[in-house]
Write a protein that binds this ligand. Structure first.
Ligand code: ATP
Length: 574
């Protein structure tokens, strides 16, 4: 039950609708019992030819109970669904707010299909918790107890039979069903996650699988998982039907017992015969409120599993959140200075360090290039400068303040990043550029598009999901345009033009450097051309800085950079 603590807490945020739905649920249950009790009594009494006014009173009461029943049933449905949707939206918002700061390290631990299954499926599953698990037992209990007290006025033994029926159908059977359901629910959830991860992987890798002619194998595996999922759902359905049948059978046995005992008591003259039909109909009707208890165990298990899966991530989020700073940055008129001091970094679960003892100063307004072989840790260092991952040890400072103490929004406010992979949303070019700021004018956007040689795109041109209709170079230039529009005074560029032809690259970079004249720039590059304009070049290998200095320093030193430059020359100019 501890797994559901938070869901219950969320339910109570807006409790008014919840209380109203419980109130109307109870009213609907009691009025249903009253309708049947009244009609049974009316029929029995009518046979004894009572004075007309008695019949009129009971007919009037019957009409009143029927109207109350119809109205309260409608109100119960209305308010219970309203409460459910409010709970669902609160849960979604809470879950997303907790999850968001965990990106991107979240993708390190969870596959995207799994996350999707949690964010969509698990949150959705929790809508059943209030509707099918929390309030039906409350309604059932109140209606049953009221009915038992009412029945006790006429016959205590009959009331005791109803109490026994309540204990069996309301508590004992649901408990047994809950234990049986446990295994089935956990299987369903695991297979659903598997199905979700397999499907997302198939969609992501569709083209590669097709080209490597392995699509049918993946499709077959997916279809097998889907069959298992369907099978498990069928088992769940069968179990629920069995639960329902057993519950119904117990309620009928109870009503038969009420009839048999009632008849016996009438024969002993301990019960007036005019009440017998009423008591039997009351017992038949009151069990209607126990019917939802057959599915409650299955929904309880479902909600418990969903909640524990969701909150296992949130617990991690809360731990990380505690580590995050909240200080705001001192606003300066100049571009930021950054400093890394003895920075070491291990990816989660890795024993090999990705960055070793990195010490680096990026003075305000300086231009720094980071070069080195593939896998040497350049992008990782950039991600640490962006505070996407915290360093395992050592400190990274921006304007003298440790990133660990800074509020993230403040930190990112004046950073313009172009990462190796940049996301583009389905929409227009304008929509994608507006990510840089809401108040950017069309004229500004058109001018920037032209400066990155994307004149052929209009602001209304459609961009497909993940920029599917753009070439690699176009995507990079659109990302540069977006970064330029953001006008951050710290530019972090990770191979921003690796797919762009050399002539366009030179023009785009010239324009970028002109616009960012007084800004601090960090540029990761595999190409060693054009680095003469940089204030410093950092050479990395195996996670450490092996050389640093200006272009001329490094060439004169005749070390690693010099050798790389020589190899590049021999490859391109021989
Ligand atoms: N999410 C991750 N989990 C574990 N190891 C990772 C992860 N991402 C990168 N690495 C490892 O960290 C090392 C440094 O990667 P990084 O991307 O920083 O290199 P890089 O110098 O930018 O390479 P490239 O020039 O090819 O982009 C690599 O050995 C890589 O395998």
């Amino acid at each position: 039950m501890t797994e559901l603590k938070f869901v219950i807490k969320t339910m109570f945020i807006e409790r008014k609708d919840m209380y109203i739905s419980i109130l109307f649920g109870v009213l609907a249950g009691i009025s249903t019992v009253a309708v049947f009790a009244d009609s049974a009594y009316l029929v029995s009494k009518a046979a004894l030819l009572p004075p007309l006014y008695i019949l009129v009173i009971f007919v009037a009461l019957l009409k009143l109970f029927t109207v109350i029943r119809a109205f309260s049933r409608y109100a119960e449905r209305y308010y219970s669904h309203k409460a459910t949707f409010t709970i669902l939206s609160n849960l979604r918002t809470y879950f997303f707010t907790k999850l968001e700061p965990l990106a991107p390290s979240l993708f390190q631990r969870f596959r995207s299909g799994d996350l999707l299954a949690r964010v969509v499926g698990d949150v959705e599953s929790l809508q059943h918790f209030f509707l099918r698990v929390y309030y039906p037992p409350i309604v059932m209990l109140v209606v049953f107890l009221t009915t038992i007290i009412f029945t006790a006025i006429f016959s205590l033994p009959v009331a005791l039979i109803l109490l026994t029926g309540l204990i069996i159908t309301g508590f004992c059977l649901p408990l047994i069903f809950a234990m049986k359901q446990r295994g089935i629910q956990s299987n369903i959830r695991q297979i659903r996650t598997q199905l979700s991860t397999d499907t997302t992987e198939l969609l992501y890798a569709f083209l590669d699988l097709k080209l490597y002619q392995k699509l049918s194998i993946k499709e077959k595996a997916l279809s097998q998982t889907s069959d298992v999922y369907i099978g498990e759902q069928q088992d769940r359905g069968k179990q629920e039907q069995l639960n329902f049948a057993i519950n119904h059978w117990v309620s009928l046995v109870t009503s038969w017992s009420v009839l048999a005992l009632g008849a016996y008591l009438v024969s002993l003259r301990e019960l007036d015969g005019v009440f017998l039909a009423m008591l039997v109909l009351v017992s038949l009707t009151v069990f209607e409120t126990a019917a939802p208890m057959t599915e409650a165990p299955s929904y309880f298990e479902d909600s418990r599993n969903a909640s524990s899966r969701l909150f296992s991530i949130i617990d991690e989020a809360q731990n990380q959140q505690k580590l995050k700073g909240k200080n705001s940055l001192v606003e300066l008129n100049k571009a930021p200075e950054m400093e890394c001091k003895n920075v070491n970094f291990y990816f989660p679960g890795e024993s090999r360090p990705t960055l070793c003892n990195v010490c680096l100063v990026l003075p305000s307004g300086s231009k720094t290039a980071i070069v080195g072989p593939s896998g040497s840790g350049k992008s990782t260092l950039l991600h640490l400068l962006l505070n996407l991952y915290p360093p395992s040890s050592g400190t990274i400072k921006k304007q003298g303040q440790s990133l660990a103490d800074l509020d993230e929004d403040q930190l990112w406010k004046n950073i313009s990043p172009v990462l190796q992979s940049n996301h583009f949303f389905y929409g227009t070019v304008r929509d994608n550029l507006k990510l840089a700021g809401k108040n950017i004018s069309d004229e500004e956007m058109i001018e920037i598009l032209s400066s990155v040689k994307l004149d052929h795109l209009s602001l209304d041109s459609t961009i497909l999901e993940k920029g599917g209709n753009l070439s690699g170079g176009e995507k990079q230039r659109l990302a540069i345009a977006r970064a330029m529009l953001k006008k951050g005074s710290l530019l972090l560029l990770d191979e921003p033009t690796s797919s762009v032809d050399p002539i366009t690259e030179q023009r785009v970079m010239n324009r970028l450097f002109t616009q960012a004249k007084g800004n601090t720039i960090v540029l990761i590059s595999h190409k060693l051309t054009g680095l003469e304009r940089m204030d410093q070049i950092i050479v990395m290998d195996k996670g450490t800085i092996i050389e640093s200095g200006t272009f001329h320093d490094l060439m004169e030193r005749k070390g690693y950079f010099y050798e790389m430059k020589k190899i590049e020359k021999s490859v391109f100019y021989n």
